[in-house]
Ligand binder design. Structure first.
Ligand code: GLP
Length: 236
């Protein structure tokens, strides 16, 4: 594991954007696994700048997102599809049809989950997976549980996650109670993983996840078993 500690959010974002652009420059048709949350916003902003300057080209990239709330329309400004469009895809030259986010409004969610995994497999898996980490150690929406969930699945969000994500909604009651999330197989089979975390409040969980016992009670702890993971942490 490569652990990089930086001074502030800007540096974390720049370093992460550097790693993602290097990936795309070396392999223009990369499959990028992408994440939502407040942590990657600065990374996306930096990539947008470089793309608009012509320094990085996303025209051949395919992206697969980690997760989506169940029941939100894609026009809903809290859906992860909306987040990705407005924070990233609308401002770079990626082809929209090559961007994939699980459909949380699918009539048959089980089928949607199975199809999502089959699709990721069919395109050869993920080259670089960007991850944030939740305060309870979740990655994507893989919540603390008795076992690691292998496949893309529907998850009941934990009370603490609902509370943490309430800041983006009008009230806590508006936060969906369920989500679709990629499971551990697609994440762990990514050729490279880039985990970014920002802020003092993430330090404790990050330490537990990266240096404590590997347990499904801290889903991110499974990342210790990945052969090529870079972690960028800013304590500011
Ligand atoms: C959400 C997302 C995760 C993200 C986490 C942390 O629940 N599903 O993918 O890593 O929150 O979010 P933030 O970056 O806002 O701290």
């Amino acid at each position: 594991m490569k652990f990089i500690k930086v001074k502030n959010y800007e540096q974390m974002s720049r370093q992460a954007a550097n790693i993602i652009s290097a990936q795309v420059i070396i392999k223009p048709d990369s499959v990028l696994g992408l994440a939502t949350g407040s942590t990657p916003i600065g990374t996306y902003k930096q990539l947008i700048k470089w793309c608009q300057k012509g320094d990085v080209d996303f025209s051949e990239v395919t992206s697969v997102n980690l997760d989506e709330y169940v029941g939100l329309d894609i026009e809903n400004d809290q859906s992860y599809r909306y987040f990705m469009n407005t924070n990233f895809f609308d401002s770079i030259n990626i082809k929209k049809e090559n961007t994939y986010v699980p459909n949380g409004k699918a009539d048959n969610l089980e089928e949607e989950c199975a199809n999502y995994d089959a699709f990721i497999k069919s395109i050869g898996g993920i080259d670089l997976q960007l991850l944030g980490i939740g305060l309870d150690g979740h990655i994507g929406f893989n919540e603390p549980a008795d076992c690691f969930e292998k496949n893309t699945h529907v998850v009941d969000l934990h009370e603490s996650t609902i509370k943490a994500n309430a800041r983006f909604f009008e009230s806590v009651d508006d936060v969906p109670k369920k989500a679709v999330t990629m499971g551990m197989v697609s994440i762990m089979q990514a050729k490279k993983i880039l985990l970014i975390a920002n802020g003092k409040n993430k330090e404790e969980i990050l330490n537990k996840a990266l240096f404590g016992p590997i347990t499904p009670e801290i889903p991110a702890s499974i990342l210790q078993l990945h052969p090529d993971i870079t972690v960028i942490f800013s304590e500011e």
